[in-house]
Design a protein around this ligand. Structure first.
Ligand code: GDP
Length: 528
């Protein structure tokens, strides 16, 4: 194999999704530890250290001690080149989190063993399901009292609607956590806690090992034998095809904090997932190993430097190789250009990249020309990737400027922030831009908007929260929204491109609209 193809084959690009506090950061740290990207676990935890000050307006981030922006980490392990897309897991996460999943080839879902599937996981999970990407589950914190393991699996199956296949099986939990049984090797890996060091003492036993009873205890041994029988008899069969299609999730039990089960997880994860897969464009599929370069923008991060009001556009490379200073074509801008200051991020440190391959993520300096979903490709081979869906905001507010003289700044500011994808703006039908309806995925974005308009655009705003909770895109092109028969608390709006949407306060009003307007089709995602 040529080295070009080798480079792409060894890439694995995935996102880690979880409910806040389930242990995503801890697991990421441990994974990086194996890759040697950092020497000591703890360095990733930028969100609670002062070092994380990447942007001025992210003062909010520092003040609240949460991570609003997602970052990308690359490290090498066992001949693989791994890209982890970090997703902010706080309740107040933004649409960025969803979009990051569009750049990943698979997802790791971290679940707290004492809590099971939590709200935030469900939303993120739906996006993975929509894309049919493999989802691998890591049930964490087994060194704490956990829920019954069968109940945890049932929870995943019922709430998320996906089959499960436990790759290993825990023996006890909390103070009684004795280790895991690996169903493939049929060996028990006894639990030995360490302080998060890379080397974990490995104590493996077969089921007929005379030392087994001493190691895990009589009762645990009895339970384990019963449970293995139950799993082998009644559980789902392992089916790699179903894993790759996102219909079956392999489940691992472990404890990220004590570093137990992390390396076996990583090794098997790499086997279960694939190198970058072909990506759909408007009229064809692009193979990652094609000799031309192509990428799409999935995230724009504003104002790394306040003085310049510059932005960084993050793009996922879908095919070919990127080389510094090469000429590319920006499809939406219909322009040839060179990408300036291409960078990759290694555990908080930004580095200029000389080359990158399909599967990698690069951030480039953006003077304000890129939008979410844009395609960049080799000038000699023009393609256009399908746009990234617009995810439904869940919070809405009516926003207007305090000082009517500042109309220009207000329009410019809100439009630019919307272009970055941090907020969505809508208008009432036939209304102007004096007053806009802002929709966000996480309420924190309202604060970000207010802060940024004040600090970057010198524009104070008045914000009035609206009671709507659901937004739907009207799919039918031939319907004039004015003719719709709607409940009194439903609002008709349009986006800046003129697409028509409806705002609802309850599911009840959505049903009302569908029942009273035959043929009306409503979508939860918009396309751009
Ligand atoms: P995140 O919000 O999902 O990134 O969660 P963190 O990785 O920040 O972890 C949240 C808390 O749970 C921290 O205090 C961790 O030390 C703790 N934690 C993470 N993994 C484990 C684990 O395996 N066992 C125990 N006991 N605590 C853990």
């Amino acid at each position: 194999m040529s080295s070009f193809k080798e480079e792409i084959s060894k890439r694995r690009t995935f996102a880690i999704i979880s409910h806040p506090d389930a242990g995503k950061t801890t697991l990421t740290e441990k994974l990086l530890l194996y890759g040697g990207a950092i020497n000591l676990a703890g360095s990733v935890k930028g969100k609670r250290t002062a070092k994380h000050a990447v942007s001025d307006w992210m003062e909010i981030e520092k003040q609240r001690g949460i991570s609003v922006t997602s970052s990308v980490l690359q490290f090498k392990y066992n001949g693989y080149c791994i890209n982890i897309l970090d997703t902010p897991g706080h309740e107040d996460f933004s649409e960025d989190t969803y979009r990051t999943l569009m750049a990943a080839d698979s997802a790791v879902m971290v679940i707290d063993g004492s809590k099971g599937v939590e709200k935030q996981t469900i939303k993120l999970f739906k996006v993975c399901v929509m894309r049919n990407i493999p989802i691998i589950t890591f049930i964490n914190k087994m060194d704490r009292d956990a829920k019954n393991s069968f109940d945890l699996l049932e929870d995943i199956e019922n709430v998320l609607g996906i089959h499960t296949y436990p790759v290993n099986w825990p023996i006890g939990s909390g103070k009684e956590f004795k280790g895991v049984y690996d169903r493939n090797s049929k060996k028990i890996l006894a639990f030995t806690a360490n302080n998060g060091q890379k080397e974990v003492e490995k104590k493996e036993l077969t089921l007929d090992d005379p030392a087994l009873e001493d190691t895990i205890g009589y009762y645990h041994k009895q339970d384990l034998f019963d449970e293995i029988e139950l799993l082998d008899g009644a559980g789902d069969e392992f089916d790699l095809e179903a894993v790759r299609n996102g219909q079956l999730t392999p489940v691992f039990f472990g404890s990220a904090l004590t570093n137990f089960g992390v390396e076996p997880f990583l090794e098997q994860f790499l086997q279960l997932t694939t190198p970058p897969l072909p990506r759909e464009t408007v009229d064809e599929k692009v193979e990652p190993m094609s000799d031309f370069f192509s990428a799409f923008v999935f995230k724009i991060q504003a104002n790394m430097n306040k003085a310049h009001r510059d932005r960084v556009a993050f793009m996922r490379i879908c095919s070919g190789k990127f080389e510094k200073n090469m000429e590319v074509f920006h499809v939406q801008g219909n322009k040839k250009m060179r990408l300036s200051q291409p960078q990759q991020i290694m555990a908080q440190e930004r580095e200029i990249v000389d080359e990158a391959y399909a599967g990698d993520i690069i951030g480039v300096f953006d003077p304000g020309i890129f939008s979410i979903g844009d395609t960049i490709c080799s000038p000699g081979h023009k393609v256009q990737f399908r746009g990234i869906p617009t995810f439904a905001p869940e919070h809405f507010a009516l926003v207007r400027q305090k000082d009517t003289m500042k109309r220009k700044q207000f329009i410019k500011g809100t439009s630019q922030i919307a272009q970055e994808g941090a907020i969505q703006i809508f208008q009432e039908l036939d209304a102007g831009m004096e007053e806009v309806i802002v929709g966000v995925v996480g309420v924190l974005q309202f604060d970000v908007l207010k802060y940024r308009l004040q600090n970057e655009y010198n524009c104070d705003i008045i914000m009035e929260t609206l009671p709507y909770e659901f937004i739907r895109w009207i799919v039918n092109d031939d319907i004039d929204p004015k003719t719709l028969d709607l409940a009194s608390d439903t609002k008709k709006i349009q986006d800046l491109k003129g697409n028509h949407l409806l705002l609802f306060t309850s599911y009840w009003s959505i049903n009302w609209a569908l029942e009273h307007n035959k043929g009306l089709e409503l979508a939860e995602f918009g396309t751009n």
